[in-house]
Design a protein around this ligand. Structure first.
Ligand code: NAD
Length: 349
């Protein structure tokens, strides 16, 4: 049987290889570099195909496909969101993704994206906070201390420069886990008993809880002037974290309004509720934070371009490293039109 040529072998990054690659780069360096990839892609927003993700909802969760292309490369991510999964010993969010060459249509990378989603979500949150958070922000409240929480904290440390995090979760075991994982990583960690305690003295408030309902993680009277809210847990229809009154008092920044109006905190607001797109702030087209009293709110739901950036990042980083397996996933007949002949010869062999 003839073996496939090199061009038909697709680099695959497993979970094991992803962990080795991230440690090889260093977690905080990886977050910083990845944030630069995301920011670079936000700067060339016009070049991308953009569509709200394709979601398949069930009573217990959602499965989504997130495609985009810049005309040279095409990427998509498969991702789920199942808040009930943790009680069954499974992840709330798991993902994998693919990058392909638009010219040939051939895949150039297949990779796990559960870890990569946590990294890209954290890198995006921190990249946005770098533009919107009050100057000198050094403390973050982290409400929801599940799988994303340590990544969020480290990205805010590496990219925004926070020095302290105040943790709150309805499940104290989650906060203890987060505090344990962050110990020795040069962040001052305080575990709090209430969300009110967690937000004391924090200039950045991150909400990252998982519950498929309209929750009130932050009520209107909890949020004082001048803070930056990084609301990322509400990311599908019927799943929000903030009281509507906060949205009325804040300037709201979003990734792609067509998707965020369906999935984000602003699903609670009228369709014409004013928002600013993050790429407009990054390119200087629109203003971000204008004074130190303003409440800025990143209504982050996760957009396909961030996954595209993450796929580009891994493609570049994994090149010429041992952190990959070459997958025989593309048929490669000697004569491209003789697919059947290739199958027949495999039997003879
Ligand atoms: P997870 O299940 O690992 O953690 C969620 C945590 O929230 C749990 O520890 C839970 O106890 C806690 N929680 C639930 N209700 C709470 C409440 N009322 N107050 C405080 N804590 C509460 O989930 P995860 O992987 O960390 O993801 C968290 C959320 O972020 C999910 O909803 C997920 O869909 C979303 N998410 C968004 C993006 C994005 O790009 N915006 C990316 C990844 C995940």
């Amino acid at each position: 049987m003839s073996s496939p040529s090199e061009k038909a072998l697709v680099p695959f990054v497993s979970v094991e290889h992803m962990m080795q690659l991230v440690h090889h780069i260093g977690i905080e360096s990886a977050l910083r570099e990845l944030a630069d990839y995301v920011e670079d892609d936000f700067k060339r927003w016009d070049q991308f195909d953009k569509t709200p993700r394709v979601a398949s909802h069930s009573d217990v969760g959602v499965i989504e496909l997130m495609p985009t292309s810049d005309g040279e490369a095409y990427g998509f991510k498969y991702v789920n969101g199942h808040p009930k999964n943790t009680s069954e010993g499974l992840q709330t969010v798991t993902a994998f993704g693919l990058l392909a060459d638009v010219y040939t249509g051939y895949p150039v990378l297949l990779t796990e994206m559960t870890l990569l989603t946590a990294l890209r979500t954290a890198a995006t949150s921190a990249m946005v906070a770098k533009h919107l958070a009050p100057k000198g922000a050094d403390t973050m409240a982290m409400i929801g201390n599940g799988a994303q929480s340590e990544f969020q904290t480290l990205a805010m440390k590496a990219i925004v420069g926070i020095k302290a995090v105040r943790l709150y979760d309805v499940d104290p075991a989650a906060s203890e886990k987060c505090a344990r994982n962050l110990s020795g990583l040069s962040v001052d960690v305080t575990v709090c008993k209430t969300p009110e305690e967690a937000i004391q003295g924090a200039q950045i408030l991150t909400t990252c809880t998982a519950d498929k309902r309209n929750a009130t993680i932050l009520s209107d009277n909890m949020v004082g002037s001048g803070v930056h809210i990084n609301a990322i847990g509400g990311d599908c229809p019927g799943k929000t974290e903030l009281a509507a009154g906060i949205l009325d008092r804040a300037n709201v920044f979003v990734e792609f309004p067509e998707q965020t109006r369906i999935e984000g905190e602003i699903q609670q607001m009228p369709q014409d509720f004013p928002v600013t797109e993050v790429w407009e702030v990054i390119t200087g087209k629109k203003k971000g934070r204008v004074d130190d009293k303003q409440i800025t709110l990143f209504d982050g739901v996760g957009f396909a371009i961030e996954d595209f950036s993450a796929l580009r990042f891994i493609r570049d980083k994994v090149k010429d490293t041992p952190y990959q397996t070459k997958l025989d996933m593309l048929a490669d007949p000697d004569d491209p039109r003789d697919l059947f002949g290739m199958l027949s010869r495999a039997k003879e062999d």
